[in-house]
Design a protein around this ligand. Structure first.
Ligand code: CA
Length: 238
């Protein structure tokens, strides 16, 4: 029996039905909210494991809902947005959303995103307590400032190391370019995005077996980057 509880916030009936039908096939428990205020109240009373949140709601906008919920909870929030709401999507991620789905999305895409979010929940507490981060072959010893790949120490520049730590401490979450620039360099200039890309490329060369097909750090074109938690199946096959 799947005990995962999901709060579905969507005012569009057709999309809501697609989501809830998909959740039913996996035996997820779910509740529905059609408005932002209901969503906030239900998030508090239900304490869901994940929230799937439409950005365009009739009363509050989705970003406001995220900010309210983030003031007391770190529960994963997956945003659902139309293509026309691209800037809202980035704003939603900066407000603390984990991930986003662009309409129209497939059932498989939705399920894959749910698995990523659940994996983040599973490791969350552990990552906070541990000074050592392990993900597949990658190991970071935060206290010693060392990084290992398959047991061998690798040497990173200070910026590459900061970048890797930021991504690993937020594993499972999509981090926007602006967020990363602010955290690493302390200021945000859109002109810095290309240099971020360069640092990411050199970091990937050091940690990815095949930098053209990265398994640790995902690129979200026009949005940002995310470190993926490798699943047990992946870890076994490596
Ligand atoms: Ca809507």
């Amino acid at each position: 029996m799947n005990k995962t509880k999901i709060l579905v916030v969507e005012d569009d009936k057709a999309i809501r039905n697609l989501i809830t039908t998909t959740l039913e096939t996996q035996n997820y428990h779910f509740q529905i909210a059609e408005k932002g205020l209901d969503a906030i109240m239900q998030a508090a009373s239900m304490q869901p494991d994940i929230i799937i949140l439409d950005l365009g709601l009739p009363d509050l906008d989705g970003v406001t809902v995220i900010k309210k919920i983030r003031s007391w909870s770190n529960m994963p929030i997956i945003v659902v947005s139309a293509r026309s709401e691209d800037t809202d999507k980035i704003e939603a991620l900066d407000a603390g959303a984990d991930d986003y789905l662009t309409k129209p999305f497939s059932v498989n895409e939705l399920l894959a995103r749910l698995r990523v979010a659940l994996r983040r929940v599973r490791f969350q507490g552990q990552d906070m307590e541990n000074s050592i981060f392990v993900n597949g072959d990658l190991k970071i010893d935060y206290a010693a400032g060392c990084v290992f790949l398959a047991g061998k120490e690798i040497h990173l520049t200070p910026i590459e190391y900061k970048l890797l730590c930021l991504l690993s401490k937020n594993a499972g979450k999509v981090l926007t370019h602006n967020y990363i620039l602010k955290e690493i360099w302390g200021n945000v200039l859109p002109s810095d995005t290309p240099s971020l890309r360069v640092f990411m490329a050199t970091l990937r060369k050091k940690i990815e077996k095949n930098p053209a097909q990265p398994k640790y750090i995902q690129t979200h074109i026009g949005v940002g980057y995310r470190m993926l938690r490798l699943s047990e199946e992946n870890e076994k096959s490596n």
